[in-house]
Ligand binder design. Structure first.
Ligand SMILES: Cc1cc2nc3c(=O)[nH]c(=O)nc-3n(C[C@H](O)[C@H](O)[C@H](O)COP(=O)(O)OP(=O)(O)OC[C@H]3O[C@@H](n4cnc5c(N)ncnc54)[C@H](O)[C@@H]3O)c2cc1C
Length: 487
């Protein structure tokens, strides 16, 4: 009896329910990855993430080989490639970890149908989230959640399954298939800060849960301190299991705060599962298509290249460019700045993040962008989620470690002026070798003025009876017309 294990966002051997289920009922198990062109060239394409994915697949292949098996990499769409393999192997069942994005659900429906015609049943298993069945979490009225605190309370009560150990050995591949090796793609070097694969992910997970988590509650917002887990790229591709991570979190304030943060990941997956339209449009119906966004490519370019003149915003955007990662506090500040201060459509920022983040994840990214744009679930008045970049810097990077690391031209600026370098007198600018408007830009907008305009923009949207034309598509740096039909 043969089964296929179709790896997607569960690139690991530990706590992998799809793999364990396949091994439990079959003497022959064939591990497969489908190199779908939509992953590499669709609207969410990202060269560093592709390189990270390739590194994860290489390691998975090596680990499978050590246990007596190997990874079969198929090229093309899974709905075409998998049924051909299933028919060749006579594989009655194909196991995979269920996912939530509209793209993955369409793909899985199409693949399930095609597999059925080839005599194989697609069996979706848990493994991508901390809770096994996100659709089972329902409000008292029986609907999906849209308020995080209520979801969190319910999520904590949901029973968890036991963490599954990695297998000690695997059946050899049948003679009709061969471990094909992982072909070259995503050749751009993955950012060195994140070593790809399950082993590196587990090492970081143990380090965090044994020592780092102790200070998580106090330090997770301090952008210049190593206060968070940096596990998001590994969670995104499933090199580590969110269920296992949660099981390792200790009791106490640090563990409780980290568990709550992990719950946000399940929350946004739950939200996208129940609101697939959010992938393109605002969750808040009364704001959908009604906010008059500013379609300025010039302002957007200043934002994405870290040239806004606001040091914390520029530090965040440059950290992203340099490492493929950005601290959560900085993501909040740059997100608020793009949408509220510059008035640019949140979808431009969402798309840019998907193109650049190693952890770029449709549910998390979309949910957070809608949150910061005040158009998503859990709505609050727009002014509540409008961050003052100067005050945020003074509070979360008081000694300037983060800004100086990421914006070298500000390195010698005294602390006193670091959050507002444009206030430096000429003599201090010269001494700090940072002339505003020459070495570092003057602010591209005035925050106080931009704040007033943002509040007015949202007020007009709320009052608008007629649907306004949405801002035009993201500029060419983010998108090209041909991309629009892609995944
Ligand atoms: C505008 C914006 C866009 C974002 N886009 C993404 C994205 O594409 N992918 C992504 O994984 N996260 C995204 N986040 C959430 C968050 O910033 C990252 O998950 C976090 O910074 C990752 O760092 P960490 O692993 O050290 O997090 P930790 O603080 O150590 O948290 C542990 C894990 O909890 C989860 N988590 C923490 N905060 C959040 C959150 N606010 N929402 C959802 N999950 C969370 C992540 O899986 C994270 O790895 C975004 C946040 C904002 C404000």
């Amino acid at each position: 009896m043969t089964a296929i294990v179709w790896f997607r966002r569960d690139l690991r051997l530990n706590d992998n329910p799809a793999l364990v289920r396949a091994l439990a009922g079959h003497t022959s198990v064939v591990p497969v990855f489908c190199l779908d062109d939509r992953l590499l060239s669709g609207r969410h394409r990202c060269a560093p993430r592709a390189a990270f994915l390739r590194g994860c697949l290489l390691e998975l292949d090596r680990r499978l080989a050590t246990l007596g098996s190997g990874l079969v990499v198929l090229s093309g769409r899974p709905e075409a490639a998998l049924p051909r393999l299933a028919a060749r192997l006579n594989a009655e069942e194909t196991f995979a970890a269920a996912d939530v994005s509209p793209f993955s659900r369409r793909r899985d429906n199409a693949t399930a149908l095609a597999l059925r015609s080839a005599g194989s049943a697609l069996r979706l298993q848990p493994g991508v989230f901390a809770v096994d069945d996100l659709s089972a979490l329902r409000t008292g009225a029986g609907g999906p959640y849209s308020v995080f605190t209520h979801f969190h309370r319910r999520w904590l009560r949901e029973p968890r399954r036991t963490v599954l150990p990695a297998p000690d050995a695997l059946p050899a591949l049948p003679s009709s298939v061969q471990a094909s090796g992982v072909p070259g793609f995503g050749e751009a070097l993955a950012h060195a800060r994140f070593q790809a694969g399950e082993a590196a992910g587990r090492a970081s997970m143990f380090e965090f849960t044994k020592s780092g988590v102790g200070n998580y509650a106090e330090l997770h917002d301090a952008v210049g301190r190593p206060g968070t887990s940096r596990l998001s790229p590994y969670l995104h591709l499933g090199c580590i299991s969110p269920r296992e991570l949660e099981s390792l979190l200790p009791d106490g304030t640090g563990g409780t705060a980290a568990r709550r943060q992990l719950c946000w990941r399940d929350f946004y997956a739950h939200v996208l599962l129940h609101n697939p339209g959010n992938a393109r449009a605002e969750q808040q119906e009364h704001l959908r298509g009604r906010v008059a966004w500013v379609g300025s490519v010039q302002l957007f370019d200043a934002w994405r290249t870290g040239q806004t003149g606001y040091p914390l915003v520029d530090a965040g955007m440059r950290e992203l460019a340099r490492t493929g990662y950005m601290h959560n506090r900085a993501r909040l500040v740059v997100g608020s700045f793009l949408v509220k201060d510059l008035g640019i459509d949140w979808r431009w920022g969402e798309r840019w993040f998907m193109r650049t983040l190693l952890d770029g994840d449709e549910a998390n990214n979309n949910g957070n962008w809608q949150w910061i744009a005040s158009v998503g679930v859990d709505p609050q008045p727009p002014s509540r989620r409008m961050f003052n970049p100067v005050l945020q810097q003074r509070r979360f990077d008081p000694d300037g470690t983060y800004v100086r690391l990421n914006v070298p031209e500000l390195r010698e600026v005294p602390n006193e002026y670091l959050a507002e370098p444009w206030m430096m007198p000429d003599g201090i600018q010269r001494a700090a070798r940072c002339r505003i408007g020459v070495d570092y830009p003057a602010p591209i907008v005035d925050h106080a003025q931009a704040r007033r305009e943002a509040i007015a923009r949202y007020a007009r949207a709320r009052e608008a009876r007629q649907v306004m034309l949405p801002a035009r598509h993201p500029p060419s740096a983010v998108d090209r017309p041909a991309d629009r039909s892609r995944a």
